[in-house]
Design a protein around this ligand. Structure first.
Ligand code: PA5
Length: 341
């Protein structure tokens, strides 16, 4: 019908998904304490890794230990028994994650697996590690609630983060309001996601985020445009992009005219970065197709960042519709997996 692969339905259900993820994670028993943990690592790829990055930013100004995201077959040398390692794979069959899991086991890390099952689920059960088992049947990138919320809940349970119950409640409430504005029934004149999709159509999206607030959201928008709309997109982060990317808006003029720039802003952006954004806009505006700013909304940091990803999720699905493409299948990822088998 109008929702091949059920992507829109999965998006609609994101608030309920977050609540379910919270319940599932609350029921998990963990037999170690905060004092044993010196760092937290999330290992995974694609849709299963981005939750780790959202956790990293969320925990950035709250946790006393660093959160590191690993997207590789191997783990850094510092990983040891003082590492809390979340091995995250929605399918449970991603070879890089299985390899990293095996290494983490060898290094004696404190492993918690987050998956729908698969090989990773089987191994972890056999090895006696806690398995946070989330429902299957949707795309990994539509399961960000399942793949992010449990990591926050577990970190809070251990005492590595403050209790997140109120933030999660604030998040789900805000997502429920937002989806009423983003859903397919809302016409383009009132629908920000449809408007953004129209801007991106036949253009090259360039998404700018801000370190510590919207950086992962920018990365997520880019990935969602790639995977759902099957189209190219690029992302960069302020203030870093003021030291390189910003120089590249002079040539070639015909290519620059294809760029549709979206700047993702948050009220907690550093004041100097806010000033940088204003100046940067004036530098690029005549060279590119368009510059649009989208502000996050909501109270808590979790609600603001995660709801801004929600807008990007909807945008990417509407862009797929404009291109006449089914957002769900990721043929190229499957092709690579098959070629590597
Ligand atoms: O969203 C997707 O489909 C991909 O980015 C997958 O998440 C990625 O290929 C990794 O697979 P999994 O999440 O099953 O480990």
């Amino acid at each position: 019908g109008n929702d091949p692969g059920g992507m829109l339905k999965a998006l609609w259900n994101l608030p309920e998904q977050c609540e379910e993820a919270e319940r599932i994670a609350q029921a998990i028993d963990v037999n170690f304490t905060a004092t044993e943990i010196k760092n937290v690592m999330v290992t995974g790829l694609g849709g299963s890794a981005i939750g780790g990055d959202l956790l990293r930013v969320y925990a950035g100004d709250k946790a006393a230990v660093p959160v590191i995201v690993n997207r590789d077959y191997t783990l850094p040398a510092f990983v040891d028994a003082s590492t809390l390692l979340f091995a995250v794979s929605y399918s449970g069959n991603t070879e890089e994650t299985l390899s990293a899991y095996a290494q983490a086991k060898e290094k004696g890390a404190k492993i918690i697996v987050l998956t729908t099952g698969g090989k990773l689920g089987q191994l972890a059960e056999a090895d006696g590690y806690p398995v946070i088992k989330v429902p299957g049947g949707i795309s990994p990138r539509a399961a960000t609630g399942y793949l992010l919320i449990p990591t926050i809940v577990i970190m809070a349970k251990i005492g590595l983060l403050p209790d997140a119950g109120d933030e999660i409640k604030d998040l789900t409430g805000h997502l429920r309001v937002l989806r009423e504005h983003l859903k397919p029934a809302v016409p383009v004149e009132q629908n920000l996601a449809k408007q953004l999709a129209t801007k991106f159509y036949n253009r090259l999206p360039v998404i700018w985020g801000v370190s510590g607030t919207t950086e992962v959201v920018a990365q997520r928008w880019k990935g969602q445009i790639n995977e759902n709309a099957k189209a190219p997109a690029y992302w960069a982060v302020l203030p870093e992009l003021n030291h390189n990317e910003i120089v590249g808006f002079e040539k070639p003029e015909n290519v620059l005219k294809q760029l549709e720039v979206v700047i993702l802003r948050d009220r907690a952006d550093h004041p100097r970065v806010q000033k940088r954004i204003e100046i940067s806009k004036t530098i690029i505006k005549d060279a590119v197709s368009g510059v649009t700013e989208v502000y996050s909304s909501g109270n808590s940091t979790l609600a603001r960042t995660f709801s801004l990803t929600y807008t990007g999720d909807y945008t990417s699905v509407y862009l797929a519709t404009l291109y006449g493409i089914d957002p769900t299948p990721v043929k190229m990822i499957d092709f690579l997996k098959q070629k590597l088998a």
